[in-house]
Design a protein around this ligand. Structure first.
Ligand SMILES: [Zn+2]
Length: 407
C-alpha cells in the first residue's frame, strides 16, 4: 500500500506537470524526509494482560501523522498520541515493543528503542475443597523440588556458624518467584517498603496479612492470626485489600539488610497485632502448612547429672515445638518450648544456653541444615545435679500440630 500511495502521488505530480501548468507556478514539493525516531519507549502499569506505553515524540520537517506500534516485531496498531494502552496480553509472557513515526508522505522513521517486558503471573486457581497451600509452589501437599523446600525451619538453627533463634521458615527460591497467599479470607494489614534508614530496613519489603480464626486449616483453631512475608523483591498488594487463597502478593527477593540469599521468610503469629511484629506471639508456621507429620526419631542418654536428647526428623519438618523430660522420682520436670519460650529467654533468644527456674541448665545444639538436606538434627542437654540420683525418665515431644510423642 505504501508503495502504491507513493506511486500514485508521483503519478499525480507527473500528470499535474504535464497538463499545461504554466512555467511560473510553484514547483510541487516532494517530502522525502522521514520523522526522527521516537525515543525513550517505556512500559508502566504492567498487569497480567496489559501495560501502558509512553514515548517521546518524534519531530518532522512537515509533521508527524502517526506512530506505528510493533508487538513482537509485527505491526500492531497506529496512533496519533504518545501514549497507548496495550490490552489482551497473556499472563506471565514475554513481549517486546518498538515504535516508528510516519509523516503525511508515508515516510517512516527508524525504530525507537526496543522495550522488553513480562506480564504478571496469573493468580492460582485453587479448588474449592483446598483451604491451605504452600506459598511458592501453590501445592496442597508437600512436594520436594517444587518450591516447598525449606532451608531453615522455625526455632534453633546455625547461622554463619552461630546459634540463632529463627522466628519463621525460609524458602530459598530465585528472585522473581511469585508468592501466593496460603489461606482463604485474609486482609492485608501492613505493607512496608525497604527504605534506607527506616525502622524496618533490615526486613526489606514485607507484607502482613491478618486472618479470622475460621481461615485456619485446623477447625479447632480459635484465635485470629497473621502471616508475615519478608524480603520481597516486589509487592502486589495494598493495605486494606481483601485477599484469598492463591492470590499473588509479590515476588521472592533478598531485600533487607544483610540478606545475602534470595528467599521468602515466612512468619506465623498466633494473634493479630494490627500488623505489628511481636516476637512473643510468633509460632511455628508448620501449624498451618500442609504436610504429613513425620514421627521424629529420638535417642536419649544420661550420664550423671546430664541428660542428652537427640532428635532427628526428615524433611519437610523439624516441627517439634516442645521437648519435656518426664521424671517420676523428683519434682523437677524440665521443659523447653520454642513457641511459649519456656526454658529459654525471650529477651535473649539467640543464646543457646539457659538456666530455668529449677536450676536446670538447658543447652540447645542444632546441626547446620541446608536446602536439599534430607534430615534435621537437634540435640538438647538438660543438666541438673538432681538427675544423678534418678534411674528412669521419659522424653515427650510435641509438634506444631499439637501431636505428642513419648520415648
Ligand atoms: Zn528467615
Amino acid at each position: 500500500m505504501q508503495n502504491f500511495k507513493q506511486f500514485l502521488f508521483l503519478f499525480l505530480v507527473v500528470v499535474f506537470n504535464s497538463c499545461g501548468g504554466s512555467d511560473d507556478s510553484p514547483e510541487p514539493v516532494i517530502d522525502k524526509t522521514p520523522p526522527t525516531a521516537p525515543t525513550n519507549l517505556q512500559g508502566d502499569n504492567i498487569t497480567k494482560t496489559s501495560l501502558d506505553l509512553t514515548w517521546i515524540a518524534s519531530t518532522d520537517n512537515v509533521g508527524v501523522t502517526a506512530y506505528i506500534l510493533y508487538k513482537n516485531g509485527i505491526n500492531y496498531v497506529a496512533t496519533t498520541s504518545t501514549t497507548y494502552t496495550i490490552t489482551e496480553l497473556n499472563s506471565n509472557t514475554n513481549y517486546n515493543f518498538k515504535i516508528s513515526a510516519k509523516d503525511a508522505a508515508e515516510n517512516e522513521s527508524v525504530f525507537s528503542n526496543v522495550l522488553e517486558i513480562t506480564t504478571e503471573q496469573e493468580d492460582l486457581d485453587i479448588p474449592e475443597n483446598v483451604n491451605v497451600i504452600w506459598p511458592l509452589s501453590g501445592d496442597s501437599t508437600f512436594s520436594p523440588n517444587s518450591g516447598d523446600e525449606i532451608a531453615d525451619g522455625y526455632g534453633p538453627r546455625m547461622l554463619s556458624g552461630n546459634y540463632d533463634f529463627h522466628r519463621g521458615i525460609d524458602f530459598p527460591e530465585p528472585t522473581g518467584t511469585p508468592i501466593y497467599t496460603s489461606l482463604r479470607g485474609g486482609q492485608v494489614v501492613r505493607v512496608e517498603a525497604s527504605q534506607p534508614g527506616s525502622t524496618f530496613e533490615r526486613w526489606g519489603n514485607w507484607v502482613v496479612i491478618a486472618y479470622p480464626a475460621s481461615s485456619h486449616p485446623n477447625p479447632d483453631h480459635s484465635s485470629v492470626f497473621q502471616i508475615a512475608y519478608l524480603h520481597l523483591s516486589s509487592v502486589n498488594v495494598n493495605v486494606g485489600q481483601n485477599i484469598s487463597i492463591g492470590e499473588k502478593i509479590g515476588e521472592v527477593g533478598n531485600t533487607g539488610v544483610g540478606i545475602n540469599t534470595e528467599h521468602l521468610h515466612f512468619e506465623y503469629y498466633d494473634t493479630i497485632d494490627s500488623g505489628l511484629i511481636q516476637k512473643r506471639h510468633s509460632r511455628n508456621p508448620f501449624t498451618l502448612l500442609p504436610y504429613t507429620t513425620i514421627t521424629p526419631t529420638v535417642t536419649s542418654s544420661k550420664s550423671n547429672s546430664v541428660i542428652t536428647v537427640n532428635i532427628e526428623q526428615t524433611v519437610p519438618s523439624l516441627d517439634v515445638v516442645e521437648i519435656a523430660l518426664l521424671v517420676d522420682e523428683i519434682t523437677i520436670n524440665p521443659v523447653l518450648n520454642f513457641e511459649q519460650r519456656i526454658g529459654m529467654d525471650i529477651n535473649d533468644e539467640d543464646n543457646d544456653t539457659y538456666t530455668d527456674i529449677d536450676g536446670t541448665v538447658i543447652n540447645v545444639a542444632p546441626t547446620n541444615f541446608s536446602e536439599g538436606d534430607s534430615m534435621y538434627y537437634l540435640s538438647i542437654t538438660f543438666t541438673n545435679d538432681v538427675f544423678s540420683s534418678i534411674s528412669n525418665y521419659q522424653v515427650k515431644l510435641t509438634n506444631a500440630k499439637g501431636e505428642e510423642f513419648i520415648y
